[in-house]
Design a protein around this ligand. Structure first.
Ligand code: FAD
Ligand code: 2HG
Ligand code: ZN
Length: 493
């Protein structure tokens, strides 16, 4: 875990005093709700809050606050605002851009103690949950009531709904259920000065002024702390089927996608792809069952979700047979039971973990037009040819959303700077490539500490200015998640 050495702790922020700690202890009297180790950010108790999922970014926090109520969050931020103490909100700490861990000594506000469902309406499927509820648990709560969460991702067992909203997470089912900008119907947010913004009417239709909650969806902790979320949950499908397909080339992946939309229509719920290098890494690092014997340049996972198992299965099987008859797919298999469904998903969802086990990882999460998606991987391979320290270059992602995950694993720096040479070859090369296709340098993981200086590849100066204005309006002391999300204001602005 390293820190960008060009960054300096900003002098505008105060340092913690004994009086601050005493005040936080009166706000949070619960056992274990204040974790503090004066001058000792390396303390074991602080490690899970200071280091990110990839073990790439490390902060120096000595104080972690674990509030249980919105009112406690409000009192914490009120104090931090008044004292100019910088804050890093943290959910499940599964973020992939270093946004969830402090950079220096920011106070970590961990939301995991706020994990109750506040309300559920079985007629509309609208659920109101506190921000710290783990995605999988919320989905389990809804499953018992015939509903489901509209988003799903590999980190579901750890990430929190508040973190999902804060990052506007996309995931594996966006293709079917859309983005959180559509399914989040209400938010409760504590603003940086401690005011509570209650945008929780949770109505499907409400055109009474600016839709303020949208500002906080994807705001990565820069504008306040989300404390509760109202979500429109879709009805849980009673029939879910999954198939894995072996594809000869990327054109075939695209052809299969077009046909899946036509032939599977309303029951298509996911369309994922990965290349043979990603497949190799998964089976090298994780002990998983192989869904297909055939080796192929690409694999595709297709999921259907509907209400008539027999009908859906017949549709999926016919689709697969046609693809093979037309030589679009080389091979394919439909899962015959839940264990096989899980096994197929495990391969796809295991790719980030397998890559993390392969070395120091560089992750690029980009949007470009679907026909250009895989070209990025090929061009990156050409670019990295001969560069020392590269282990693997893999491509996978959410085809339907035009979202590629390009991961490069490299030898760790310990061997003489392997990772640094790789990094220099990758950036800004990849960002320039994405910009040349009018793409986005962050499709779904966000900006965090990794990308503020590259944001100009996706947003022009005027857009960045307006974002800075909004940030300054809501967070005049700049205490929320500093150094991240937005580049510093340019001198000329
Ligand atoms: P954290 O990592 O704790 O925080 C993320 C950001 O949100 C930080 O900037 C933090 O300050 C802020 N934040 C957290 N909680 C709050 C809050 N309550 N209020 C205000 N700000 C807050 N992402 C996708 O989009 N799609 C995927 O398919 C996907 N798959 C993943 C698979 C794996 C194995 C892993 C490790 C990650 C994956 N991610 C994916 C990235 C990550 O899981 C998501 O970004 C997730 O939404 C983060 O939730 P979290 O609770 O862990 O948030
Ligand atoms: C996924 O789709 C996640 O698996 C993670 O968004 C992607 O680790 C990555 O690059
Ligand atoms: Zn993803």
């Amino acid at each position: 875990a390293a820190r960008d050495t060009s960054l300096q702790r900003a002098t505008q922020y105060a340092s913690l005093t004994d009086a601050d700690i005493a005040h936080f202890r009166t706000i949070l009297p619960g056992a274990g709700d204040v974790i503090y180790h004066k001058d000792d950010p390396q303390h074991d108790d602080l490690e899970p809050y200071n280091v990110d999922w990839m073990r790439k970014y490390r902060g120096q926090a000595t104080l972690v606050l674990r509030p249980r109520t919105t009112d406690q969050v409000a009192q914490i931020l009120k104090h931090c605002h008044a004292r100019k103490l910088a804050v890093c909100p943290q959910g499940g700490n599964t973020g992939l851009v270093g946004g969830s861990v402090p950079v220096f000594d920011e106070v970590v506000v961990f939301l995991g103690n706020m994990h109750q469902v506040r309300k559920f309406d079985p007629i509309s499927g609208i659920v109101v949950a506190e921000a710290g509820m783990i995605l999988q648990q919320l989905d389990g709560y809804l499953a018992d009531r015939g509903y489901m969460m509209p988003l799903d991702l590999g980190a579901k067992g750890t990430c929190q709904i508040g973190g999902n909203v804060a990052t506007n997470a996309g995931g594996l089912r966006l293709l079917r259920y859309g983005s959180l900008h559509g399914s989040v119907l209400g938010l409760e947010v504590v603003l940086p000065d401690g005011r509570i913004l209650n945008d929780m009417r949770a109505l499907r239709k409400d055109n009474t002024g600016l839709d303020l909650k949208q500002l906080f969806i994807g705001s990565e902790g820069a504008l306040g702390i989300i404390t509760a979320v109202a979500i429109l949950a879709p009805v849980r499908p009673t029939a879910v089927h999954v198939a894995t397909l072996a594809m000869p080339n990327y054109q075939a992946v695209q052809d299969a996608f077009v046909r899946a939309r036509r032939e599977l229509g309303e029951i298509l719920s996911a369309f994922e792809f990965w290349d043979s290098e990603a497949d190799k890494l998964v089976h090298q690092h994780l002990a998983l069952r192989r869904p297909l014997e055939t080796e192929s340049p690409f694999q595709v996972l297709i999921e259907t979700a509907g209400s008539n198992a027999e009908h859906d299965m017949a549709k999926l099987e016919a689709f697969l047979e046609n693809l093979m008859a037309d030589e679009i797919a080389i091979d394919g298999a439909v899962a015959q039971d839940q264990a096989q469904v899980d096994a197929m998903w495990a391969v796809r969802e295991g790719i980030p973990e397998a890559c993390a086990k392969d070395g120091a990882v560089f992750k690029y999460d980009v949007s470009v037009p679907v026909p250009k998606l895989y070209e990025l991987v090929e061009k990156t391979r050409e670019r990295l040819e001969g560069v020392k320290g590269v282990n693997d270059i893999i491509g996978y992602g959410h085809v339907g959303d035009g979202n590629l995950h390009l991961n490069v694993s490299a030898q760790k720096d310990a061997d003489g700077g392997g990772a640094r040479a790789v990094s220099a070859a990758l950036e800004p090369f990849i960002y320039e490539l994405v910009a040349s296709h009018n793409g986005s340098i962050s499709a779904e993981h966000g900006v965090g500490i990794m990308k503020p200086k590259h944001l100009h590849y996706s947003k022009d100066a005027e857009m960045l200015n307006v974002m800075q204005d909004i940030k300054a309006l809501l967070d005049p002391n700049g205490i929320m998640n500093p150094y991240k999300y937005l580049p510093p204001r340019s001198k000329s602005a």
